[in-house]
Design a protein around this ligand. Structure first.
Ligand SMILES: [Zn+2]
Length: 85
């Protein structure tokens, strides 16, 4: 248990934080997902941390999986999109 740990929605903050990466992976069973969501909806601290963590994970994932657009491709794409049809 962490200092300032709160029990909301049936879970402690520390439990929510432990589950967070599995939660974002979609690896938790639905009943655990419901508990995490119930906690986060009542706990501003976990909500804030969860949002930061989710953004970080999303950024990492994007980096790993999507091939980055080269400046050249991005420029051509933008030109094509702005060209009159
Ligand atoms: Zn919390």
């Amino acid at each position: 248990m962490l200092p300032g740990d709160r029990r909301l929605g049936g879970l402690w903050c520390s439990e929510v934080l432990e589950q967070l990466s599995d939660y974002l992976e979609g690896a938790l069973p639905p009943d655990t997902v419901a508990l995490v969501q119930a906690h986060v909806s009542e706990c501003d601290r976990c909500a804030r941390f969860g949002a930061e963590f989710a953004a970080m994970v999303a950024a990492l994932r994007e980096h790993q999986q999507a091939a980055p657009l080269t400046p050249d491709v991005a420029t051509r794409l933008r030109r094509r999109l702005s060209a009159p049809a």
